[in-house]
Design a protein around this ligand. Structure first.
Ligand SMILES: Cc1cc2nc3c(=O)[nH]c(=O)nc-3n(C[C@H](O)[C@H](O)[C@H](O)COP(=O)(O)OP(=O)(O)OC[C@H]3O[C@@H](n4cnc5c(N)ncnc54)[C@H](O)[C@@H]3O)c2cc1C
Length: 439
């Protein structure tokens, strides 16, 4: 275990994965520099490098827990600044297959805000850490390595029209789905990073509203989840600024329209009328905006056999999931715990050992959950193995039981919040509830 903070780490990308990574690295490194091409600290929340930031961003309960552990008091700080808090199962109306789940206390915190608001609060806390700084408006151009390409020694960036070299003991790539690491590695003579893609053709459309408080009937969010029968969903959620965000989504080209009437029509076609009813009494604050997400994408770094020292990858650069399951930021936070553990043992950790732990401790479970859930839509291409079919049947049973049994609803909310493992759905109490209504 390293006790003294020494050396310099560079984090490529200052979005959520980069911020969590910087927090983790700050425990071991004397200096952590976050590099981003955007002006992160400027007044413009909707920066160019975060186009998804306009759309609903749910932080799962596990993500909230890690954020609070990293930055004690941040949940309350955000609440005081206008974010909403509640219980993920008691204060959120979940509607699955057109039916409401039982609302019951789960003991887990739902923290809702716009994505830029969340990022700003986390970033302020990260930049207040001793030794952490940011290099903004800087384009990351390429890695720097030793002559033999075996060790990464820094990066070259372009800032104010001039190239600049930043030396580092460790470089962590958090540049998101468009990460260039796989290309850079091939240029250095390494094998290609094995990639896995699943087409989902997801389309998001988002509009902001002013919603009268009573329309939420005590909830902070209403989530009408897409299901095999009606593969369209939407979430209407209270966020900062006294606003509500409504994000609707559909798969394989069945996208919510961006004209106001079409958008409302799409909301009306969902499996339950709840959100449409709320919008009848709400005032739109802008025009609907769309976002397209073609494929789930995973880069299996853990399957590589050779990798340079001094370089690690985290966040969407490793795995970018169907966003409707709201896993990305939480998986980035969970990944940063793996990073923290590995750099605590060595400032230049064994990259392949890190990637193996990242896979098992942060990514695998969510990837299987997301890709498996997508296959429950008959239109999505992919092999439905017997295992996948059994998982679908089991989850359908859990979701049905959660509409009538509080213990199942509680357990299910803790599993999808990534707090408890799926095995908690196999206890005798839950299995008895799945078998049928209690007398
Ligand atoms: C429509 C949509 C909705 C989503 N909803 C949710 C949700 O509800 N819950 C959830 O947890 N997740 C959600 N996600 C996923 C979430 O946005 C990401 O998981 C999260 O932002 C972490 O990503 P990241 O930090 O790895 O990468 P990104 O957020 O993509 O950030 C990459 C950063 O790197 C910078 N960068 C990239 N290339 C360069 C370069 N060459 N030079 C300099 N800087 C560079 C960019 O400016 C950016 O700041 C959603 C995603 C989408 C697309």
């Amino acid at each position: 275990m390293i006790n003294d903070r020494e050396g310099r780490a560079i984090v490529l990308g200052g979005s959520m994965a980069g911020l969590f990574a910087a927090r983790a690295l700050s425990e071991t490194f004397a200096e952590v520099v976050i590099v981003d091409r955007d002006e992160l600290t400027g007044p413009n929340d909707l920066r160019r490098g975060l186009p998804q930031g306009h759309h609903l961003h749910g932080l799962l309960a596990r993500g909230q827990q890690i954020t609070e552990e990293y930055f004690p008091g941040i949940t309350e700080e955000m609440r005081a600044d206008g974010a909403q808090t509640g219980d993920v199962a008691d204060d959120v109306r979940w509607i699955i297959n057109g039916k409401r789940l039982v609302q019951v206390e789960s003991g887990l915190v739902a923290l809702t805000s716009g994505r830029p608001f969340l990022e700003r609060h986390v970033r302020d806390r990260v930049l207040a850490l001793d030794g952490v700084g940011v290099l903004e408006n800087a384009d990351i151009l390429r890695l720097r390595t030793t002559e033999d390409g075996r060790t990464v020694t820094g990066v070259t960036v372009r800032k104010d029209g001039a190239e600049q070299v930043l030396d580092a003991d460790l470089v962590v790539d958090a540049t998101g789905r468009g990460s260039r690491t796989s290309v850079w590695l091939e240029e250095l003579g390494y094998e290609a990073v094995p990639e896995e893609k699943h087409k989902i053709g997801l389309g998001y459309t988002t509009r902001y509203y002013r919603v009268p408080d009573e329309a939420f009937e005590g909830n902070i969010s209403i989530n009408t989840v897409a299901s095999a029968g009606i593969p369209r969903g939407a979430i209407c959620q209270k966020i900062d600024g006294g606003r509500a965000i409504v994000t609707a989504y559909g798969i394989l080209g069945d996208h919510p329209p961006t004209d106001p009437e079409g958008f409302l029509g799409f909301i009306k076609s969902l499996a339950a009328p709840d959100i449409h009813e709320v919008l009848q009494v709400s005032e739109p604050l802008d025009d609907p905006v769309a976002y397209k997400f073609p494929t789930n994408l995973r880069r299996h770094y853990q399957r590589m056999t050779d990798f340079p020292a001094g370089l690690l990858v985290i966040g969407d650069a490793v795995c970018s999931f169907n966003p409707s399951y709201a896993q990305g930021m939480t998986v980035a936070a969970m990944g940063s715990l793996v990073l923290r553990r590995h750099v605590a043992a060595s400032r230049r950790p064994d990259a392949l050992a890190y990637f193996r732990d990242l896979a098992t401790d942060a990514v695998d479970g969510c990837w299987e959950m997301a890709v498996g859930a997508d296959l429950s839509f008959p239109e999505v291409e992919g092999e439905r193995t017997e295992e996948v079919q059994q998982a679908h049947a089991f989850i359908a049973q859990v979701q049905e039981a959660a509409t009538r049994d509080a213990a199942v609803a509680r357990a299910y909310s803790r599993v999808i919040g990534l707090v408890d493992p799926p095995s908690v759905l196999h206890t005798p109490e839950i299995e008895a509830a799945l078998a049928g209504p209690r007398n």
